[in-house]
Design a protein around this ligand. Structure first.
Ligand code: AMP
Ligand code: MG
Length: 408
């Protein structure tokens, strides 16, 4: 298979990825950044009655103009209004959120009132109609208050509740399986034995998946043999994950068996090997079961695995979730010269500083070796060196990718 370029591979990957179906979900179960899959129409009017905005006294304004002393005739509290009448020079004690009695048209705040026995007098002139929230001032029954396709937020969820909905249609949260492969790997926290190293990729990838509001199914580590990898794929199928992300074992070595096993399990390979650095052996395919499972095979080297996570995994997660994703790309000035670039797009790990003039300068980290996760963890961005880019001098502009939310 010939190398395909980054843009083409992204296009293919997004063509094969479909937004998940939506389901009616109780409000309490809706998670961060889920996408609304229906217009929300108010089933209630809010407030349902004229309500008091303050603690105070409800009166008829016309009475105040002639008189500053009133008889207190009752009380209207939140949840239990005053059902009587208000006559001339009469006031009702009222609290925030309580229904304003029909005859009253003004609420005078309690700070401007003096109560003596059953008589209340006012020290400051109110404005006619003050401190009353009109019926339906928030929304009226039948109003369309939220549009299909928008991302839920805390206040949008609160609005769904107040408009009378206990559940709304949202796009399902994607379920993503993460699988490390390698005979040499042990889990984080374990002490590596002879010839072993700690698996780091799965932890970084799981963080990235969670940061993009998807659920993680951790499949642990598969060994470099067909049975072990097959068993993990079976588990991913059983769990009905939407996407299986593997790391390692997708190159051309004797122990790189991920693709072979996936194919024997029915995977249709979409592409393998992308013209990029780091990350050339990237693989993408689809297992067309009842529950279609996408497969993204990431390279094993920790930096390659994370760079490919940002460039390829994130767009899949966002599309599955129904969100419109655009990578965050900005301009910056180069602090050191860069040589010409070869035919593979290069994502150069770099640090970004802003000087006192507000100029943004980038400096590549000291080595671009794809195993040096320490340098990646302390980098801020990736300089995007286009395929066959010409040499760049100090001070020349370049494009940088800044990951959203999670950091590199
Ligand atoms: P591979 O693509 O399987 O040949 O792996 C390439 C390099 O990445 C090797 O040095 C592996 O030891 C390393 N590697 C593979 N998987 C992981 C992992 N999950 N965590 C850390 N390093 C890994
Ligand atoms: Mg390996």
């Amino acid at each position: 298979m010939p190398l395909i370029n980054v843009d083409e591979s992204l296009k293919r990957l997004l063509t094969a990825t479909h937004t998940l179906e939506s389901e009616l979900t109780p409000l309490a179960e809706i998670g961060e950044a889920q996408v609304l899959a229906q217009d929300v129409i108010a089933e209630l009017t809010e407030p349902p009655f004229r309500s008091s905005a303050m603690d105070g006294y409800a009166i008829r304004y016309q009475d105040y103009e002639q008189n500053r002393e009133f008889d207190l005739v009752g009380e209207s509290a939140a949840g239990k209004g005053y059902s009587g009448k208000i006559g001339k020079n009469e006031a009702v004690r009222i609290f925030t959120g309580a229904p304003v009695p029909d005859d009253a048209d003004t609420v005078i705040i309690q700070e401007d009132a003096k109560l003596e026995g059953n008589r209340v007098s006012f020290t400051k002139a109110p404005e006619a109609g003050a401190n009353i929230r009109p019926r339906g001032g928030n929304f009226q029954k039948g109003d369309s208050v939220l549009e299909k396709g928008r991302i839920m937020t805390p206040s949008a969820l609160a609005l769904c509740a107040s408009t009378g909905h206990g559940a709304v249609e949202v796009v399902k949260r994607p379920k993503i399986a993460i699988l490390a492969t390698g005979n040499e790997l042990v889990e984080a926290g374990e002490i590596p034995g002879k010839d072993q190293i700690v698996c780091s990729n799965s932890y970084g990838l799981a963080y990235l998946v969670r940061a993009h509001h998807c659920d993680v199914v951790d499949l642990g580590i598969a060994r470099d043999n067909e049975e072990s990898i097959r068993e993990k794929i079976e588990r991913a199928r059983k769990e009905k994950v939407d996407l299986l992300v593997t790391s390692g074992g997708v190159s051309v070595g004797k122990y790189d068996l991920v693709q072979t096993v996936l194919k024997s399990e029915g995977m249709k390979l979409d592409f393998w090997k992308v013209a990029m650095r780091p990350g050339k052996p990237l693989m993408f395919g689809v297992l067309p079961d009842d529950h279609k499972m996408l497969v993204l095979g990431l390279p094993g080297n920790p930096v390659s695995s994370m760079v490919c996570g940002h460039i390829f995994l994130v767009p899949i997660l966002e599309k599955l979730s129904g969100r419109n994703y655009r990578p965050h790309i900005e301009d910056a000035l180069l602090a050191v010269p860069l040589p010409e670039n070869g035919p593979r797009r290069h994502f150069v790990r770099a640090n970004l500083t802003v000087n006192s003039k507000g100029e943004r300068w980038v400096t590549p980290v000291r080595s671009q070796d794809s195993s040096l996760i320490r340098l990646m963890a302390n980098a801020d961005c990736l300089i995007i060196r286009e395929e066959n880019g010409t040499p760049l001098q100090v001070g020349e502009p370049c494009r940088i990718f800044i990951p959203e939310g999670a950091g590199l």
